[in-house]
Write a protein that binds this ligand. Sequence first.
Ligand SMILES: NC(=O)c1ccc[n+]([C@@H]2O[C@H](COP(=O)([O-])OP(=O)(O)OC[C@H]3O[C@@H](n4cnc5c(N)ncnc54)[C@H](O)[C@@H]3O)[C@@H](O)[C@H]2O)c1
Length: 409
Amino acid sequence: MMKLVFLGCGARGRTYSKFAAEMSDRYEIVAACDKVLGRAQKVAAFVPNGNVTIYKTEQELFAAGKIADVMVIATQDADHFAHAKAAIRLGYDILLEKPAAQTLEECEELHAMAVEHGVRIGLCFVLRYTPFYRAVKQCIDSGKLGRIISIHASEGVEAYHQAHSYVRGHWRQSASASPMILAKSSHDCDLLCWFADAGVKSLSSYGSLEIFRPEMAPAGAPARCTDGCPAAKDCMYDAHRYLGDKRSWLRMVLDDSETADDERIMKFLKESPWGRCVYRCDNDVVDHQVIAAEMENKISVTFTMTAFNCGRTLEIYGTKGSLKGGSPWKDAGAPELFFRDHSTGQMEEIPFNLADEGIYSGHGGGDAGIVDSLDKMLGVNGSLAPGVDGIEGHRFAFRAEASRLQNNR
Ligand SMILES: NC(=O)c1ccc[n+]([C@@H]2O[C@H](COP(=O)([O-])OP(=O)(O)OC[C@H]3O[C@@H](n4cnc5c(N)ncnc54)[C@H](O)[C@@H]3O)[C@@H](O)[C@H]2O)c1
C-alpha cells in the first residue's frame, strides 16, 4: 500500500487523486493540501471512509514531516521548484507536475538535489502512459522499424484551446507560467527523447505570437466580448460560447461551473480573464513554433506546435519501415496508427488497447495510466532511479526556447 499526499488540489490534483482513490487496494490518500480549502476537501471526499488530513497551507504540510511515501505536487508552474525542494528535503519520492521548474538551471538543481538525497521524481508526462504512445514505443523497441533515422511530430493545440489556456488563461505569459514549448509541448519534447532514446545534441527553433495581438483585433472590438462586440457573430473566440458549446472548458477555471446557471457564468465572463477579447489580453506566449534537432545518437527530429490544427501526429522513419499515426488520421477515417514495410510496400494497422473509455479517457488514458503506474515507478524496487526522470525532455524544450528567442532577435 503506497501512501500519498497531494499538494495542490486543483484540476490536476483532483484528477490524479480521484484515480488513486479508485485504486484503493494499492494507494492510500493520507493528506491533501490546497490554499483553497474546498479543493482539498473535494480530494478528501473521494475517500468516503478514509482518514485524510487536510492542510490549509504548505507551511503546515511541510512542518508535519514525512507523512506519506509519495508527494504528488500539482500546484502551478511557478511553485513547483520550491515545493519540490521542500519535499526532497523531507525525503519524499515525488510525482511532480510538469514543468519541473521554470528554468533549466532550476531543473538541473532539482535533479542534482534529488540524486544527492536519493529521491526519485517522476514528471507527469502522462502521454507516455497512454495505450497509443505505449504501442509506438513497443513498435520501436521490438525492432519492427529497424534503426530509427528520423522522427517528425506535430501538436495542434486547437484554436479555442489556445485561446482558453494560452491567451486568456493560466499559461498566457512565459514569466508567470512557462514558455509555450514547456507549458504545452513538454509532453512532445519528452516523447521525442523517449522514442529516440537519447538526449538532444543540437537544435534550432523558430516561432512567434502572430495572431492573438491587439493589431489583429477586428475594428471596434472592445476589451471584453461581454461589452458588446460588433464582430461577435463571426468571431470563433467569442466568450459567449462558454455559455454553450464551450461550457465544459469552465470546469478548469470556475469552481462551481457544473452547477452554475447562465447568470452566474455571465458574471464570471464579465469579471474574469476568460471574458476578454483574445486580441486584447496580456499574453506573450507563442501561437506557433517549430524545432529541428539532432539527437545524441544522430536521429534527426522535427516538431511543429501550432494553435491552428487539432491533435497530435507522429511519423517515425526507420530502415525497415515507417510508423505513422495520431488523432487527425483517425478523425479523417484512417487507422490511428499504421506501419509501412519498406521491403514489401505493405501497409498494416497497428492495434492498441483503447481500454475502457470511461476510466481511460483523460489525456487518451494517460491520466489514469500514470496513477496506475505510480507504484511501479516509485514503490520499493520501482523502476525510477534517484533524480528527475524525464529531464532530457525538459533540456530539449528549454534549449528550443533559448534558440527561438535567439533567432527572433
Ligand atoms: N500533465 C499534464 O498533462 C498537465 C495538464 C494541465 C496542467 N498541467 C500542470 O499541472 C499544474 C496544475 O495545473 P491545474 O490545471 O491543476 O491548475 P489549478 O490552478 O487548477 O490547480 C493548482 C492548485 O494549487 C493550489 N495552490 C497553489 N499554490 C498553493 C500553495 N502554496 N499551497 C497549497 N495549494 C496551492 C491552487 O489553489 C490550485 O487549487 C500546472 O503546473 C500545470 O502546468 C499538467
